[in-house]
Every structure is written in C-alpha cells, then in structure tokens.
Design a protein. Sequence first.
Length: 507
Amino acid sequence: MNKIFKNSIFNIIRVVVVTPIFFILVPYTISKIGTEGYGIWALIGVVGSYQSFVDFGLTTSLIRFVAKAEVFKDYDAISEYIATSAIIYLFLSSIVILLIITFKNFIVIDILGIKANLDIAYFLVIFTALSSMINMISGLFRSIIDGVQRMDISNGILTFQVILSAIGTFFFLESGYGLKGLATNLLICSFLSLLLNAYFSKLIVPYKINPLLFKISRFKEMFSYSVNLQLASLVRMWVEPLNKILISHFFSLSHVGYYEVALRFNNHAASLIRSALSPIFPAAAEIYQKQGIEKIEKLRIKSSKYLFTFLTAIYVVIIILIPDFVKLWLGPDLQIVAPLIIIFMVGLYISLLATPAYSILNGTGYSKETLFVQIQSVVVNIVGILVFWKLFGFYGFCAAFSVSMIYSFGASQYYYQRRFGNELKVFKVLGDKKVIISNLINLGIGVAFVNTFNLNNYFKIIVFGLVFFICNILVIWKLRIITGADIEILLGSKGYNRIVAKIKGLS
C-alpha cells in the first residue's frame, strides 16, 4: 500500500502542475481560432481515436505483464513483450494511416461534417493520425515504466510534454499559424515524448530493443488477456467521438466547442482522482499474484473509503464555484458552458467511485467483466441521447452521457461482487452517512455564501475554495471518517510514526 501511495502522490503532483495550463490555454486558443475553429480542432481529434482499432489493449495489458515479470526479474520476457507489441503497432498503424490519407475526403466531409476550410482540415487529419501513431509507440515504453511502478518518471515525462506543448501552442498561434500550428505542435511533442519514454524505460529496466525478439506466443499470451480490454476500448472509443459527430450534425460546430470545453474541464478535474488511483491497476496484478483475493478486497475497501471521502469534498467545492469561475474564465458570452460542466460532473463523479473495483477487475485478469460494463454504458448513452435530445435539446443530449456514466458505476460494482463473492457488501463503504450529511450541509452553506458575496476575481475564488476545502477536511477528521489507522496503511508504520513524532515535537 505504501508503494501505491507514493505513486499516487507523483500522479497528483503532475495533475496539479499541468491542470492550470489547460485553464490558461482554452480561452487563449479560442481567442485565436474562435469557437468554430475550436470545434473543428475538437472534431479532428476524433481521427486520433483510430489508435483504439490497432491497440488491441496491449498498452494496458503490457503494464500487467511487466508487473508480473518484474516479480520474477524476467527481463527477457519484458524484451519479448515490447518487441512483439511494437512490431504489431507499427504494421497496423501504417495501414490505418494509409487508409486515412486515401479516404480523407470522406472522413472530413461526410463523417465529421466539415464543409469549409477543407485544405486545413485535410492537413489536420494527416498530422493528427501521425501523432497518434507515435503516441501509441510511446505508450508501450511508458507501460514498462508504469509496470515496474516508477510513476515518478512517467509523470515527469508527461509533465514535460504538457509544458512543452503549451509553449509550442503559444509560439505557433502567436506566429499566426492557427490550426496548422496546433497540429504541427502536436506532432513535435509526440515525437519528443517517444524519445523520452524509450530512453528512461531502458534506463530503469534492462530489457533489449530487438525486433528479432518478436514472438507469436507472447502476442497470444497478451491478446488472450487484452482482447476484452481492446473490445472495451473500442466500445468506449465511440462514445465521445460519436457524441461530437452527432452534435456537429444536430446543432453546430460551436456547440461541439462548448461540449469539448465542458468535457475537458471535467476530465481535468477527474484526472486528479484517476491519477491518484491509477497505481491500483499494476498493484492489483502484483498483489493478486502474491497474496490472493483477501488482500485484493482490503485494497478495494480502503481505496474506496479514501476515494468517496475526498472526492465528495472536492466536488462539493467545484460545484459551488463553477458559475463564478466560468464567468471569469471564458467570459459572459460562454456561460452556456457552466451548466454543461455541472451536468457532466454529476455523471463523472459517480462513475469515479467505481474506479477501485473496475481497476482491480482489469488488474486481476477479469477484463471480460469490464467489457460488459463498457458495452452496456454505450447502449445507455445512445438510448439516452434519443430520449433526452428530443425532450431537452442540447442539454438533454449532454445529460445522456452522464446517465451512462452513472450506469457504469452500478455495473462495475455488480460485476466485482459477482466475481469475488456475492457476500461482499460492495456499496457499504460508499454510503457513509457522515460523509453524505456533512457534505450536503457544506454544499448548502457554500451556495448561500457565493450568492451573498460576489466572487468577482480569481483570488477570491481560490481563497474561498482552499478555505472551504480545508474546513471540510477538518470536519472529516473530527467525525473520524478517516482515522489514524487509515493513514498508517497509506504511509506504512515507519512513515506514520515519523509524522506523529514530528507533530508531538511541534506541540
């Protein structure tokens, strides 16, 4: 658990560092290319999703197999895994890129619904496809780093890539290159990320980079596990791109831009939580290999308890501040984004609560169950669109996505319970009355405060958010929702005792 905590801290640090960059870049980019241009950029991003067709779930499965091989220090196996995955990726990606170039007219005009600026759109499609191929290969090397649980390194590389991308965005847009500049910047950053991931993975794991180590047997081994991950990825891939394509046809490119900004805001907020929980996947593979189901269930209970407690506190603060923040961030002309953010936030909040169970199912090899979760969620999303779009228009369309996320929570818990024992009370830790009641009270107090006092600048919003969150954490501590025993599990006995000794020394 101590190793999981350390990796979570590095993940959180990365998110905290890079998230402000997103909030700076979005209004700046929109000011340079307009909401319609931003909608085109968001739509072109759909092309990058092609990688899901050729991924075979290998990047995710590679983390699991590297984690297992690391237990036995079997670096020859790691060499064979990486060689096999890389050759398959290069071959299939090359075919897909040729198809994209050949049918770029059909993709841009008929699928994405872009009718103007076709030369720019063709350029963006090709460059985005190439960037996706490079990112896929880069992801294989990053999987090695994460598989041996050195997320300090992988997070450092990701942070550098985001910062470099932000600098490139400013450079290309200020130089007047517009959308073409954004695509060029994306390609450059993807290539540099590949070099860094390849270098550092080789530095910390003594594997060999040799295409002759390609093994059909290794592919079969990974594919037998990853096929369900791949199918789940393909199913999940259609949700967001399909929603954007439908919005471009039913509404407008500007509405695609609104959807993209609101969803990206939520994804950045959720990434703080996902990053903290991502070490569960490789840890589950290792723990299940060594200690079995009992230890796995303990991992789920503890991580779910931390997640439910702190996630609720974080989201209460965000919901309170959203209207005032969006007004400052994007201006009064884009206030339509504020309710969209809240709509998405409800669904993503509930779906995030399923992360421990979902990650453990994948990490322990039960990816078939998570495939069922994804299939059912997509069906719910499509049915929801058909119902809510007619009744509530654009907001109803977006609400369908949240409904599908809420459904995925229930499905994940159900399949975990069925796999590891029907006697498990999987919802118990997610129904703590003290957490629910205290946060509902805090939500009411917070809403009353912001409606009474005008938070008309970023300083006031930040100060209120920090003070309110700290007060919420103090309530959590006073109510003994998170105890000293919980903290000791996270830090380990030695780390916990050192902190206690320092606190006593200060007092």
